[in-house]
Design a protein around this ligand. Sequence first.
Ligand SMILES: [Mn+2]
Length: 429
Amino acid sequence: MTDTIIDTSVIQAENARREADLRRDYESLGERLDRRGIAIDAIKEKVAGFSVAVPSWGVGTGGTRFARFPGPGEPRDIFDKIEDCAVISQLTQATRSVSLHIPWDKADPNRLKQAASRFNLGFDAMNSNTFSDAKGQLQSYKFGSLSAADSGTRQQAIEHNLECIEIGRTIGSKALTVWIGDGSNFPGQTNFTTQFERYLASMKEVYAALPEDWRLFTEHKMYEPAFYSTVVQDWGTSYLTATELGEKAFCLVDLGHHAPNVNIEMIVARLAQFGKLGGFHFNDSKYGDDDLDAGSIDPFRLFLVFNELVDAESRYADFRPAHMLDQNHNVTDPIESLMLSAADVQRAYAQALAVDRAALVAAQDANDALAATQELRLAFRTDVEPILALARFEQGGAIDPLATYRAAGYRAKVAEIRPKVEGGTGGIV
Ligand SMILES: [Mn+2]
């Protein structure tokens, strides 16, 4: 029996007020989609089976390098974070796993496992951290980690990744995501080739320790914290790494880690075509790596990414990219943001499923550019909310997660138990 945090009577009462309208809306949308030859129930089934992992660090208030303004009831430790993740999962039924970050979430693995399974939550990819110094560590990562000039520093970074695998193995994770901040701030500070050689050599040692049924994801990022050059700066370097390492290594695409105007959906198609698309970190951005809520700035781009994913689903047999939110909540209740973001990721998936693929291919083959793009626009403009809401409702979630969460008064309740956190310092997470 799964424990629940939000009283189910609150969910039932909120749903009761909305169920009749929802069923009418679903029926009406079903008719409209049917006219285009698209079956609404098939989309709902796929949406119901879709899950995006919540990052443990996402449930705490984020910040910028200038300041962090903590909210009320901030999680004190990983066990509070797991409870917050359980709330998101219960209400949205779209986030069945949590992605841990070591050392931030370091705790007895058996306790972690128990805490998550109580709420029927699993663990998604493990995230190692060699971009900041952990308390008491011997070598500093100031000048790099897996690609550092100093062999002792590299060894320490390798061992940290091995530890992440070991913890992950105990708690049932099946993947390790490696993102490093290594790079340089000045031309000439490092040799591009030597540095990348050292990175590859270190990664080979990490890869060698992967359990048989694990995957290794390398996440690229164009800049920051190194501003002149970054070792794994784009999908090309990420692809080279994954190819060098072997068949268990894949590329992870974070939507915020690209130069402005880059065609991300095309990168998705390329990586999928060559069997190296490992997964996603969903977020949104206006200027750079803003880590804003997924779908909040450019929902059309999110849709175009899912358009490629749905296309890839039909092309490749073992296509199963990992989905995770990776965003920073500075001015909102993180639980509210994560619930809406999870729904927005599902929304993009549902819209992409509403594309008439046969009509799209016919338009493409006829070089009818306008008809082709119109197929996409038609699907993108479809309000698929009734599909998402009914999928949630049928699985015990909330028709309206935000209103239900607020009605349950969860934040006020945890604020009574969890001590107030002082803000002030920089707090990029
Ligand atoms: Mn990321």
